[in-house]
Design a protein around this ligand. Structure first.
Ligand SMILES: Cc1cc2nc3c(=O)[nH]c(=O)nc-3n(C[C@H](O)[C@H](O)[C@H](O)COP(=O)(O)OP(=O)(O)OC[C@H]3O[C@@H](n4cnc5c(N)ncnc54)[C@H](O)[C@@H]3O)c2cc1C
Length: 479
């Protein structure tokens, strides 16, 4: 990993101009604030902190409350060539919010208003800094759900979801965040405010929303969005089934999706995931556990659920009744928060590898990742989202290095996995994004698209002030 040259961008003039916009209390250059915002939840950053290295400290933190304030800040920073990194809740897993070149962290969490819930048009209008859990609680009070329920629901923001193309645990039913967006308001690097039209569909050329979905804070700052909402399910159908091998579980899922059924949640575990994560939750099942949960209108879920179970039985799936699915459902958020506990042990490493492939390629990808990691690494895998064309696959990787070689082992494992993915039809990320971690591999996997992205970045951000050093900045040596 290269260490960036610490260039100072902040001077009295900048501080005064920002205080003019935000007042005295919503700008900070305090050391502790700087340390807190020097990383997100990329485990590599945590490994650095564990060995006492705190790199990438921002010089200032700013907390805007309105689109106008964001626009004024960007105008000033563009003029003074100061880097600005949009920041949601910092739960990103690949270093996307790390202020690689110093400058300002633009923390959007004070932009947390739910502006409107429209019963008539089934949508919610909100600011980007609201935590997913707070938005969901507000929607639930009105009988709705956003349907975007990531494992990090309590520690991540709507802006972060949009900027990383996040996937909730119920993406099989509701889709990923990009499927929920009706319109966006975005502030461009020069301070211009752009608002896309709020309409259910359009044929007005390429979709402008999609320029910013997944742009990881490098093309614009999202300041408002209209998102599709859904009535809360009336009824649920829970079932846990066990398969002798992963292939049978994958085939069951494929057939269920092909018949047009959409479970609310799926979780197909490989044998290691069943024997570790699921058994630790008290689910005493062997083989490969499939959790199936349907939700919706009372009669409908029962019908779909029964049909899905029939498909699984046809592939020798053993029916374990409701209990395994109910237990997983109760722990569906808690099971994700293992990073701090595991990384508290010296020399341990931990991360999540989340990829996607078509049904044709998914088993090959599974084998390729397993075959690629060094022998010191343990993997457990599960399928958290499934679609008619294929599914995602999430590996939990844990390991222990010797003699202060933890970073080396971590980097080697990732490098081997990302190389293997390129050769086996998998995409580098299904929902965590690229960040600092996968930049180099994305450029390799899609060189033409990368050239176009860079041209777009140069056009929108000629002085490279927004989240520089990532996305389409110069590809740095990620590892
Ligand atoms: C325990 C745990 C579980 C997780 N589970 C899931 C999961 O189930 N599904 C999933 O998809 N992810 C998951 N994640 C990853 C993470 O929560 C998501 O990537 C989330 O979308 C990040 O949101 P955030 O608000 O924390 O964004 P941050 O980490 O603060 O930022 C992420 C990126 O978005 C940019 N950004 C943030 N806000 C804006 C804005 N308003 N405008 C422009 N750019 C912006 C930042 O610059 C950065 O590039 C998990 C993480 C953890 C730690």
């Amino acid at each position: 990993m290269t260490t960036p040259t610490a260039r100072r961008h902040v001077n009295v003039e900048l501080l005064n101009r920002l205080r003019d916009v935000l007042g005295g209390t919503r700008v900070s250059h305090g050391t502790l604030d700087g340390i807190s915002y020097s990383r997100d939840l990329w485990p590599r950053g945590t490994l650095d902190v564990r060995r006492g290295r705190i790199e990438n400290r921002p010089e200032l933190i700013a907390w805007p409350e309105t689109t106008e304030e964001v626009s004024r800040i960007l105008r000033i920073c563009n003029e003074m060539r100061v880097p600005v990194v949009p920041f949601g809740a910092g739960s990103g897993m690949c270093g996307a919010a790390v202020p690689r070149r110093g400058g300002i962290i633009l923390d959007l969490k004070r932009m947390k208003q739910v502006e409107r819930i429209s019963d008539q048009s089934n949508l919610v209008v909100c600011q980007p800094g609201i935590l997913g859990a707070h938005l969901e609680r507000e929607l639930n009070r009105h009988g709705y759900t956003l349907g975007h329920l990531p494992g990090s629901l309590g520690t991540s923001t709507v802006g972060g979801y949009l900027a990383t193309r996040s996937a909730g645990l119920a993406a099989t039913y509701y889709g990923k965040i990009e499927d929920m967006v009706i319109s966006l308001q975005v502030v461009l690097p020069d301070g211009t405010v752009v608002t896309t039209r709020t309409a259910p569909r359009r044929a007005t050329g390429p979709d402008f929303n999609h320029l910013f979905l997944g742009s990881e804070g490098a093309l614009g700052v999202i300041t408002r969005t209209h998102l599709r909402i859904h009535l809360l399910p009336e009824a649920y159908f829970f079932r846990g089934l066990a398969f002798k091998n992963l292939a049978a579980g994958l085939e069951s899922l494929r057939l269920i999706l092909r018949c047009g059924m959409r479970p609310l949640f799926v979780r197909l575990c490989d044998e290691d995931d069943t024997a570790t994560t699921m058994n630790e939750l008290g689910i005493a099942v062997r083989g490969c556990l499939l959790v199936l949960i349907f939700g919706g209108g009372a009669g409908m879920v029962e019908l779909s659920g029964r049909k899905a179970v029939e498909i699984c039985r046809g592939l020798d799936g053993r029916d374990h009744g409701e209990e395994p699915a109910r237990v997983w459902y109760e722990h569906r958020y808690a099971e994700h928060y293992r990073q701090s506990e595991i990384l508290a042990e010296p020399e341990t490493i931990f991360d999540t590898i989340e990829v996607a492939a078509t049904w044709r390629d998914i088993e090959g990808v599974y084998r390729a990742v397993r075959g690629a990691v060094p022998k010191e690494i343990r993997l457990a895998a599960h399928v958290p989202h499934a679609y008619p064309e294929g599914c995602s696959l999430e590996f939990t990787m844990t390991g222990r290095a010797k003699a202060k070689k933890d970073l080396e082992l971590y980097d080697r494992a990732w490098s081997l996995v990302l190389d293997a993915l390129g050769k086996n039809g998998g995409v580098l990320s299904h929902h965590h994004g690229i960040g600092l971690q996968k930049d180099k591999w994305r450029a390799r996997q899609q060189p033409v698209a990368e050239t176009l992205l860079r041209a777009l970045k140069r056009q929108l951000d000629p002085y490279d002030i927004l989240n520089p050093g990532k996305f389409d900045g110069e590809p740095e040596d990620a590892c």
